[in-house]
Design a protein around this ligand. Sequence first.
Ligand code: BT5
Length: 325
Amino acid sequence: MGNDLRTKLLQAFADRPNEYISGQELAEVLRCSRTAIWKHIEELRKDGFVLEAVRKKGYRIVEVPHKIIPDEIRLGLETKQLGRSIHYEETVDSTQRIAQRLAYDGAAEGTIVIAEEQLGGRGRLERSWHSPKYKGIWMSIILRPRIPIMQTPQLTLLMAVAAVKGIEQATGCEPGIKWPNDLLLNGKKISGILTELQADSDRIHSLIIGIGINVNLELEDYPEELRNTASSLFIETGKEWDRATIVQSILLELEKLYSLYLENGFYPIKLLWESYAVSIGKRVKATTLNGSFTGIAKGITDEGVLLLEDDNGKVHHIYSADILI
Ligand code: BT5
């Protein structure tokens, strides 16, 4: 019933483009209360519609939400394999979960899952990833590399480099990488990467790389607790960006780096990663499941492990942690 009203409301606006329609009139045409109209207008706003409200005149739709339509991604996509198969949804719990299922069912390498909104977007260690509708890139990519399981962290670092290069190509902004998986712009987190594995003891079946990029989020789109640490391309540049273009350039960069990696190993990726890293050479605090360590981040190993030298000169190998610079 509620959705029915929403459809009728949108139809009423579509029938009279650019005109203001009063709440009273809408209520009469749709045979409902003005409160119901108001409630649906608020819902539309949350979903990315821009509605203007003028006293004594009424409401008018100024802008409809921009979606990432798969055809838009395909048009102008220069990759051979990555993103050639696109699974697109409006609302999902997590694109990772869908990609896991597709991978299990045998989806081709390079298949991507992309959604306008995630209700249960995840970070590492079951933390949540805030993914509001139409505002960001919430995407999972299925890869099937033939590499030893212990090398999988390298793919997270590779993805971070691809994302930096892709964002730079599409927007001119160059984010820095904070080990292992955060992209920062002016010190704030604009993107995070989550790599998950389907494997048995000696073979990787699939690697699901999830990436969240805050593209057109405004400060109000974040919950209070993220406003000091998170940002978006829109907040940092004052411009709205086309998400499909960013997806295309990231997929292209990822494809190039991935084949470089499969042919030549991690070393060339490591050099690139180090050139974008913001934490190396600095004093950082690493919080791991086994406690916290403070010291100088010396670099990463050939496996992608962080080397942290504490105040006594002891070097710790950090496999997974949250880093405070
Ligand atoms: C990450 O975890 O940064 C990995 C995020 C991966 C998200 C993508 S979206 C597509 C795919 N589908 C999924 O379900 N996930 C992937 P981590 O390093 O654990 O950081 C998580 C922390 O970042 C949270 O605890 C918050 O503090 C913060 N956070 C949550 N949402 C954020 C956002 N949109 N922007 C910036 N910070 C955020």
